[in-house]
Design a protein. Structure first.
Length: 142
């Protein structure tokens, strides 16, 4: 299976690596911050490694999505899972295989997960839920 990665934003809602399969079959997403702080701390390499690991380990229910700031500046690269809202900080490309397996099952990667306040988890999952709906609407035929 080809690596799956999408980018969000006004100009970036397009496939990054390969077209995603039917998004109605995807039930888990990993949002990777690629805002300036996380970007310079290596988030593009994390995204590529995670997209590759998703394809290599046959995680058909997990999509990798590049996004803007998740409000976790200085602790990046940051990855937030959806719909669980698990927050992973200082993620490295070497974590990709294990992280992909964990996220595909709905569990966080213990060594990178942090205990985020409930208000943050609610807020971020609400925002990310909007983006998931947007991606699904854009994939539907006109």
């Amino acid at each position: 299976m080809a690596p799956m990665a999408y980018a969000l934003g006004r100009r970036y809602a397009r496939p990054m690596a390969a077209p995603l399969p039917n998004l109605d079959q995807i039930d888990r997403f990993a949002f990777i911050c690629e805002s300036s702080s996380c970007y310079y701390q290596g988030s593009p390499a994390v995204r590529e490694a995670l997209a590759k690991a998703t394809g290599d380990h046959a995680c058909p229910n997990l999509a990798i999505v590049r996004t803007g700031c998740l409000g976790l500046c200085g602790a990046g690269p940051a990855v937030v899972s959806y719909p669980a809202g698990d927050v992973h900080l200082r993620v490295e490309p070497t974590d990709a295989a294990e992280l992909a397996k964990q996220l595909a099952t709905g569990a966080p990667l213990a060594r990178r997960a942090v205990r985020a306040p409930q208000w943050y988890r609610e807020q971020v999952t609400q925002r990310l839920g909007y983006f998931v709906q947007l991606l699904k609407r854009r994939q539907q035929p006109a």
